[in-house]
Design a protein. Structure first.
Length: 270
């Protein structure tokens, strides 16, 4: 395969990228994941989500990359920080973290025109047993989805793998938000649903780039967006968790662009 963006698309209109493009995505993903490694010690009871975001913005500047979120559709922060029952798109603020709070931190950077997009869970102090199990199930669900990625399979296979695992664990998959294509743009086809039926949806092809980012709730799957038009929360106020990797499809599976350089993707290392 010797392609550049725009030369070839799948029959479903999804961009296919070259081996050289994989290198650009690995470089961008490594920066984003490294930033999430570096902020581990900044998450603790008494800290504010606004301070964490300020640290992230400074790290982005220090690494000579560009934030993918500042200015995106009017958003003004270098990260989304979603605490407890916030599902996604939580806005950093003067909110003070309490003992046992769980939070997803989502960072996107642009390096040499390529987007690195990843998120993971953190804990302020020690989580409850229910929160710890939610984090584990969500983490494992992401990798169930990644394992389902192979040329010739479908995006429905990814969603089915995630949904089956989560529901067998007596939790629910959020259906209002999904993963997405990316590369030299932040969001592009396909929509990567985290639920679905095997054998449905677009065919997966070598050279596709996209995120898988399941959001899992302890309670019901329904969400609502608050009046700020960004923050999504669980309708039943149950805890929610999310993990996100950006990947590229290879001839026999997938490469993860956003692996943690310090092996800190899962929060149980502390």
């Amino acid at each position: 395969m010797n392609l550049t963006k725009g030369q070839l698309k799948s029959k479903d209109g999804i961009d296919l990228y070259s081996r050289k493009d994989f290198d650009g995505m690995h470089a961008a993903g490594r920066v984003a994941a490294g930033i999430l490694d570096e902020i581990v010690t900044s998450v603790f009871p008494g800290q504010t989500t606004g301070k964490i975001d300020a640290i992230i913005e400074e790290l982005i500047s220090d690494k000579n990359v560009v934030s993918g979120t500042i200015g995106y559709r009017g958003y003004q922060h270098a990260s989304c920080i979603s605490v407890n029952h916030v599902v996604c798109h939580g806005i950093p603020s003067d909110k003070i973290l309490k003992e046992g709070d769980i939070l997803n931190i989502d960072v996107t950077v642009i390096k040499d025109g390529w987007y690195g997009d990843t998120s993971r869970m953190y804990v302020a102090g020690q989580p409850s047993r229910k929160a710890e199990r939610l984090i584990q199930v969500t983490h494992d669900a992401l990798f169930k989805g990644i394992e389902a990625v192979k040329p010739g399979k479908t995006f429905g296979d990814i969603g089915h793998a995630i949904q089956t695992y989560v529901e067998e664990s007596r939790m629910s998959v959020v259906r209002d938000f999904c993963g997405h294509g990316l590369g030299r743009v932040f969001h592009s086809p396909p929509n990567v649903l985290h639920y679905g039926r095997e054998g449905t949806g677009p065919r997966i092809e070598e050279g596709m780039f996209f995120t898988i980012e399941p959001m899992v709730n302890l309670g019901r799957p329904e969400t609502k967006v608050l009046s700020d038009e960004w923050t999504a929360v669980t309708r039943d106020k149950s805890l929610s968790a999310q993990f996100e990797h950006a990947i590229g499809v290879t001839k026999d599976g997938a490469e993860i662009f956003t692996l943690s350089p310090e092996n800190k993707f899962h929060p149980t290392y502390v």
